[in-house]
Design a protein around this ligand. Sequence first.
Ligand code: GRF
Length: 200
Amino acid sequence: MIERARIGILISGRGSNMIALADAVRHGRVPCAEVVVVVSDQPNAAGLSQAKERGIETLVIERRGRQRAEHDREIAMALNERQVDLICLAGYMRLLSSEFIDLFRGRILNIHPSLLPSFPGLDAQKQALEHGVKWTGCTVHFVDETLDGGPIIAQRVVAVADDDTVESLSARILDEEHELYPAAVSMVLANLLADSVTAQ
Ligand code: GRF
């Protein structure tokens, strides 16, 4: 039975969603959870120092010319050693191998800055502006083998203004992301914790 879910967060850069999630956990807005490790594939990821400041263990696991599957195996080992129950991708810029996804199926979440299934992949905010949509937003979804295509957990809608730039739109979406991710993680953990009780 899981009493306190152990969360691992994967980042590649700024890490603002990681910080929003870690702070929400610390302030009790994500009940029965703790962030036990932040893993970056980039040694210079700005989010690493922010995680350290919060007393969270950080690991840099670089790809260093290795195949994706081998790199992912090292990450999986680190997460398993720390008995991580839930993995949150927060601006993690690498695709995960099918072996990794299989190992943690149903326990990997991602946040994406569009209303999926519209605008998957890179530069989602730019894609939305170029397409001329009037509404966009952000999505938290389970990760499967498809690109940003796994089952949707929660979404927030953001209006597109006529004079929006990629920067202004991205900033408004990001504000919503920071609220959506902790809320979605809470929902998923409530189910995970309940399942672990019935599995007893
Ligand atoms: C966010 O927009 C997130 O939706 C996307 O990558 C960006 C990461 O930003 N997957 P940050 O590193 O969390 O600040």
